[in-house]
Ligand binder design. Sequence first.
Ligand SMILES: [Zn+2]
Length: 422
Amino acid sequence: MRSARVWAGLLGVEKTVVERVDFDEDEGVIVASVRPGRGQRRRCGVCRRRSPGYDRGEGRRRWRALDLGTVRAFVEADAPRVCCPVHGVVVAAVPWARHGAGHTYGFDQTVAWLATVCSKSAVTELMRIAWRSVGAVVARVWADTAGRVDLLTGLRRIGIDEISYRKGHKYLLVVVDHDTGRLVWAGKGADQASLTDFFTRLGPARCAQITHISSDSARWMSEVIATHCPQAVRCADPYHVVTWATDALDEQRRIAWNAARGAARGNSRNRSPSGQTKALKDARWALWKNPDNLTDRQREQLAWIAKTNPALHRAWALKEGLRTVFAIARRSPTEAVEALDRWISWARRCRLPQFVKLAQRVVRHRDAIIASIEHSLSNALVESMNTKIRLIVRMAFGFHSAQAIIALAMLSLGGHRPTLPR
Ligand SMILES: [Zn+2]
């Protein structure tokens, strides 16, 4: 009797009777035969309502439990079926695992916790589990958490963004709370339907409480936002505005690179890239990085560009100028607005077609950009959130469903991280 309780504790199962424990020599695993405790039998696996027994189902089955030391452990039990008045004939609920899961609660919980704090290989090697199964576990754990908590209360200032999660235009739509820095919602598909789904869940009363919405400038978003939150001030997401400039800079770099390659080809029959083209390729990171983070070598590359390619250097300075507008905004919104207008007139006269075009784009969105400056939507916060979400989505590549990717992002950044069992 005593040892049965010790085993239940070791296996991390509750409301469960451990009948016997065997060491399976062939497979080198520990198998504990268990049955549901008092009051836990004959319950519907879906709703846990008491239901009449139906049949013995497919006989005995096993659930993976947490390892005992270095030995893998399983609990084994009958899996009879019951006939629920609502859900029909279903496998009966068990107190040690979620319905339909092949792992115990403790195992699920540990895997979910690990997935939010360490690398993919650490989780899969430590728990001896495939990454796809990790996806199924986090989806289950998140579904339980989402059923318990309401992430959509008290939202005032939100940011809406789309993130690619697989090649071939597969996108997630994500919504962050600018005031708490939490991810509050993620849905499959970045389109009017998914954004409408978010606002529908939020409901009219809470939609009316939203004061600011930051997003990129996609027209489809504007239409849905205007329908559901007409009162909200539209802000341009600083992160996206800086990205526009980075893209324009990259275009200028390609123009410079192609020109250098053309010159190299013209000068000799040698088709290998000249020193100039190689240097331009190497300098890519120097151009993209923030000046504060440049290495000495990258500083030299920039100086070299200033000397040999004034147009590209001008493009770099314009990108940095736009980034600086948002950096100033944290100190003084008024100065930032002045800086934005100076930047616009500079870009208009810069004779770099893609930056002249960018200037026009910035003018079109000037109100939204100024709104984000005046309401001090911190670019640093938005950017770090963006980076975190993208890292998680990248890590979740290999999960089979978008739901699992969403679950990992929500568990990691939604403010309700899983805890370890006990
Ligand atoms: Zn039921």
